[in-house]
Design a protein around this ligand. Structure first.
Ligand SMILES: *Cc1c(COP(=O)(O)O)cnc(C)c1O
Length: 522
């Protein structure tokens, strides 16, 4: 047994690996956190004032006469509760996040500092435009960077997520078809089998019928099959480039020409723009509309569905249908076009109450200005380099879905687990035991047991080595037949496997107290 210089033992007397349950249910400093309603009581509150003496109530007899059943916690208890909950979330500030097609594993602190500047943080969307000239200028500068990077003439800034940007693009396409008198006849939208679910969902939301374009054996759109599907009833194609297999669609120009020849539009899902930014201008590929997820390419935080921002660039053909509001520069003043009557007669309308996510705009522009055009290009190059580094290392033990180099993310199938008794889900859960958030699993659907990994540019070589070594060790162990380690995983997490389907289908969102008093009141 070794001792420190105060004579206290620094290693336990036995190297016991068995882990007995604790009295509290806590595991070391990982606290089993009860619901806030199950802590404290319903009587006290953080601050209790005695009822004032001699006060005549002025509520006309409407004062509450029963308890509110709010949890009564002291300020430190309340604070600890929420901090502990926050620590149960895995976050990009805690470790690598290998999810694919999700990107941005780094939210620079500089962005946060800029977004908190009172001139940006404390303004109100209903302020007169003369008092927010700086904010409007910022939206305008950001818009010009987006137009320059994509080579497109127009950008709608108001959509609040990638999916919302898709809706914006498809609504512009619908408006263009209405203007051409073809809305009734152009009813089909073509999308590859590997498409993100939001693509067909958006098209369906806009009233289109969606047909799947098959993939070829290289993981890209099957051009011959695509050509056969074209016809006068095609409204648009929705294609992701680079696609969700992490591959550049080599025939992208042929896809654009094909759909244009039959009079349709080309919607490009730009979620993976981080792989080509500064290298490829989507405008040069014949794209008519493309959303840009600021949280996937320009370092703004991913939230639980928000606050996001998905500006959508539009081609010359679709620009007249762009949603209001948008920023315009008149002489030396910035203004907002808010209504069709202000020169936006053909606009398809409005998608949001105001002008978009200001806080995200500030962060995205901070990122752009701190990188410069050459820095953004390098971020794309480094993202692709990192993905290929991971691809080559992992291919030693894992089975790459499609041969050859990838773009920003690398895709494996479950071929390497064949006959091991271990499935993709078991492998992913075992990663949690090793301290890693799993990669994207079972997506894209075109690959059996898919595992999609995107490191992005911001992980160091050392971090990538540690990550790959952990996965390689797991892969070897699975192949050796150590099913035990995988089937029960995660073994070290506070919870084991959860019934995710049940959680999604029958979520229990409301806590019901079990006290007699409360039950009587129900
Ligand atoms: C993330 C993603 C989307 C949807 O974007 P959100 O901002 O999450 O709404 C669409 N397509 C692809 C390929 C994506 O990766």
């Amino acid at each position: 047994m070794s001792m420190n210089n105060q004579g206290r033992p620094t290693t336990p007397p036995s190297n016991e690996t068995h882990c007995p349950p604790t009295h509290t249910g806590n595991k070391a400093l990982q606290i089993e956190e009860a619901l806030i309603f199950e802590q404290g009581d319903f009587v006290g509150t953080g601050v209790d004032f005695a009822p004032p003496k001699g006060l005549t109530p002025r509520l006309g007899g409407l004062a509450r006469d029963a308890a509110m059943h709010l949890p009564g916690l002291s300020e430190p208890e309340a604070m600890r509760h929420y901090v502990r909950l926050s620590q149960k979330n895995y976050a990009i500030d805690m470790g690598p996040f290998p999810l694919g097609s999700c990107t941005m594993k780094h939210n620079p602190r500089l962005n946060e500092k800029m977004a908190r500047l009172p001139g940006f943080a404390h303004i109100h969307p209903l302020q007169p435009t003369s008092t927010v000239q700086g904010a409007l200028a910022l939206i305008d500068v950001l818009a010009s960077w987006l137009k320059e990077l994509t080579g497109m003439p127009m950008v709608a800034m108001s959509p609040k997520a990638g999916a919302h940007g898709e809706l914006c693009g498809m609504m512009a396409i619908k408006a263009a078809l209405v203007a051409r008198g073809e809305a009734e006849t152009r009813v089909r939208v073509l999308a590859p089998e590997s498409a993100h679910g939001t693509n067909p969902a958006t098209a369906a939301q806009c009233g289109f019928k969606v047909d799947d374009i098959p993939a070829d054996k290289t993981g890209r759109v099957d051009l011959q099959a695509f050509k056969k599907m074209l016809g006068p009833d095609v409204a648009a194609i929705m294609v992701t480039n680079p696609n969700t297999c992490g591959l550049f669609e080599r025939d992208i120009r042929a896809l654009a020409d094909g759909v244009h020849e039959v009079g349709g539009y080309f919607y490009c899902d730009g979620a993976n723009f981080n792989a080509i930014m500064g290298k490829v201008k989507p405008g040069a590929l014949g794209i008519d509309a493309m959303h840009i997820n600021l949280h996937k390419t320009f370092s703004t935080p991913h939230g639980g569905g928000g606050p996001g921002s998905g500006p959508t660039v539009l081609s010359e053909a679709l620009a007249p249908y762009a949603p209001v509001p948008y920023v315009v520069k008149n002489a030396d003043q910035y203004g907002l076009v808010e209504k069709r009557s202000q020169g936006a007669e053909t606009s398809f309308g409005r998608m949001t109450a105001f002008h978009g996510q200001m806080g995200m705009f500030v962060r995205a522009l901070s990122y752009m200005l701190s990188h410069g055009g050459d820095g953004l290009r390098q971020a794309a190059e480094d993202a692709v380099l990192n993905a290929n580094y991971v691809r080559v290392l992992l291919a030693q033990e894992m089975s790459q879905a499609f041969a050859g180099p990838c773009m920003h993310e690398c895709l494996f199938d479950d071929g390497f687990l064949k006959n091991s008794g271990v499935d993709t889900i078991d492998f992913a859960k075992a990663m949690i035991d090793e301290g890693y958030h799993p990669m994207t699993m079972y997506f894209p659907l075109v690959v059996h047991g898919a595992m999609l990994i995107e490191p992005t540019e911001s992980e160091s070589k050392e971090e990538l080595d540690r990550f790959c070594n952990a996965l390689l060790a797991l892969a070897r162990e699975a192949k050796r037949g150590n099913q035990e380690k995988f089937k029960g995983a995660p073994l070290h997490a506070p919870r084991r496997r959860l019934d995710e389907t049940m959680a999604a289908r029958k979520p229990e969102l409301r806590w019901k107290p079990q006290t007699a008093e409360y039950l009587a009141a129900e």
